[in-house]
Design a protein around this ligand. Structure first.
Ligand code: ATP
Ligand code: MG
Length: 364
C-alpha cells in the first residue's frame, strides 16, 4: 500500500538552500524503494530573499498554505547583514512554532563512529540520548516590564509561566519516548533548590506522570550538576526533559559534545498532529560558509529522516526508510577522514553535494 504525504519544503537562507537539495535527493531515493509517495510544496518565502522583494517574510496566507501539508522540512532562516534576526526569525520560524503549537523541541545527541568528540576519551556509543525541550511557555514569556527607568529606583521584572496542561503534555511525551527506548531511563531537569515555586511544582507533576510509567526509571537532577554531567558522564543519559530555558541550553550543549553542529538535527513537534510539525537542522544559515558548497548536509538529511519517522508513527515503510537513512549516515561517517567523503567541518575536503550523493548511493 502506497503512503502519500505532502511536505512543505522551505530551504530559507544561506546554506539552507545548499543542504536542502541533498535531503530531497536522499528522501527521493528511499521513498521510491519503499513505495512512499512524497508530494513537495516548494516554498520560496520564509527567507530573507523574499523579504528583500516583498518587505515581509511571508505572504498573508502562509498559514493556510502550510495547513495543507503534513510536515514542514526547513533549511535555515536569517541573513543578519541585511535583515535583523528579530524580523527574520520572529517573522517565520517562531510564528510556525507558536501558531502550530509545536510544543516539543526534540534533539538527539549522538556520537558516531568516525567522528571525534571534543570530550576526551569518548567513543561512539558513549553518547546517545535525546533532549526534549518544552517549546511554548516557561521562562520565555513576555510578561513583565521595566519601571523607573534611568532613576536609582529602576527595576525590571519578567515572569515565567507554567501551565498544568503545558507541562504535563511535554512530560508525558518524554516518558512515552523513554518507554520506547531500550534503557527506559528519563532525567527530569529541575532547579527546585533555587527556584522555589515553579520548579517544585514541575517536580511534583513529573512524579504524578511518572507514576503512570512504572517501567521507566526516572530521576530529577538540578540543572547545574546536570550540565556538568553532560560533559563528565554523558553515557548516563537516555532521555532528558527540560523546561524552555533549561532545554534551550541543554540542547546546544548536548550536540556540542558530539562533534560538529553540521550533524545535529531537530524536530519541532505537535505530537497530537493537529498541525504540521517542522523538521530542521540545529545550525543556522551560516553566512560565513554560504555559497561555497562546503556545508555538511548530514544534519539536514537526518532531520528529513526524523520527519519520515514521525509521519510513519514509528512503524511501516516510513520507519524502515528512516532506519536505512540512519544506517547510511553511520556507514558514511564510519569510513573516517582520508577515505570516506566528508565535509570540512569533519576534516575532509568533499562538497555538500558529494556527501549527499554518497549517502543516497548507499540507499539506491
Ligand atoms: P543561528 O543564529 O541560526 O542559531 P548561528 O549564526 O548562531 O545560527 P550557524 O549559522 O549555525 O550559527 O553557524 C555557526 C558556525 O557553524 C559557523 O561558523 C558555521 O559556518 C558553522 N556551521 C553551521 N552549519 C554548518 C554545516 N552544516 N556544515 C559546516 N559548518 C556549519
Ligand atoms: Mg545567527
Amino acid at each position: 500500500m502506497s503512503q502519500r504525504h505532502t511536505i512543505a519544503v522551505i530551504p530559507g537562507d544561506g546554506i539552507g538552500k545548499e543542504v536542502m537539495p541533498e535531503a530531497l535527493r536522499v528522501l527521493d531515493t528511499v521513498a521510491r524503494r519503499h513505495g512512499i509517495e512524497l508530494a513537495y510544496r516548494e516554498i520560496e518565502w520564509a527567507s530573507c530573499d523574499y523579504y528583500a522583494r516583498h518587505g515581509k517574510m511571508m505572504p498573508d496566507d502562509w498559514k493556510d498554505q502550510l495547513l495543507q501539508t503534513d510536515a514542514i522540512l526547513f533549511g535555515a532562516v536569517g541573513w543578519p547583514d541585511s535583515v535583523p534576526d528579530h524580523i527574520s526569525l520572529w517573522g517565520s520560524l517562531l510564528k510556525f512554532r507558536r501558531e502550530f503549537d509545536q510544543y516539543v523541541n526534540l534533539r538527539p545527541a549522538r556520537l558516531f563512529e568516525g567522528v571525534p568528540s571534543p570530550l576526551a576519551n569518548r567513543q561512539a556509543g558513549d553518547i546517545d540520548f535525546w533532549i526534549v525541550r518544552e517549546n511554548t511557555e516557561g521562562e520565555y514569556s513576555s510578561i513583565g516590564g521595566v519601571m523607573f527607568e534611568g532613576t536609582d529606583r529602576e527595576f525590571v521584572l519578567q515572569e515565567s509561566v507554567f501551565t498544568r496542561r503545558g507541562s504535563e503534555r511535554v512530560l508525558r511525551f518524554a516518558f512515552d519516548l523513554a518507554q520506547r527506548r531500550a534503557r527506559r531511563t528519563l532525567t527530569v531537569a529541575t532547579k527546585s533548590n533555587g527556584i522555589a515555586i515553579s520548579m517544585p511544582w514541575w517536580d511534583k507533576l513529573a512524579a504524578e506522570i511518572g507514576s503512570e510509567y512504572p517501567d521507566v526509571t526516572w530521576d530529577k537532577q538540578h540543572i547545574d550538576i546536570l550540565s556538568a554531567r553532560f560533559v563528565l558522564s554523558p553515557d548516563r543519559f537516555d532521555v532528558v526533559v527540560a523546561t524552555n530555558l533549561f532545554g534551550d541550553i541543554l540542547s546546544d550543549l548536548g550536540p556540542a559534545c558530539t562533534g560538529t553542529i553540521g550533524l545535529a538535527p531537530s524536530a519541532n513537534l505537535d505530537p497530537e498532529r493537529r498541525f504540521p510539525s517542522l523538521f530542521e537542522p540545529v545550525h543556522g544559515s551560516a553566512p560565513d560558509i554560504a555559497g561555497k558548497g562546503i556545508a555538511n548536509p548530514i544534519a539536514m538529511i537526518w532531520s528529513a529522516a526524523m520527519m519520515l519517522e514521525f509521519l510513519g508513527r514509528g512503524t511501516g515503510p516510513e520507519q524502515a526508510a528512516h532506519d536505512e537513512i540512519i544506517a547510511a549516515i553511520e556507514a558514511t561517517l564510519r569510513e573516517g577522514p582520508g577515505t570516506g567523503p566528508r565535509t570540512r567541518d569533519l576534516g575532509g575536503t568533499s562538497s555538500t553535494a558529494e556527501v549527499g550523493a554518497a549517502i543516497a548511493a548507499r540507499l539506491a
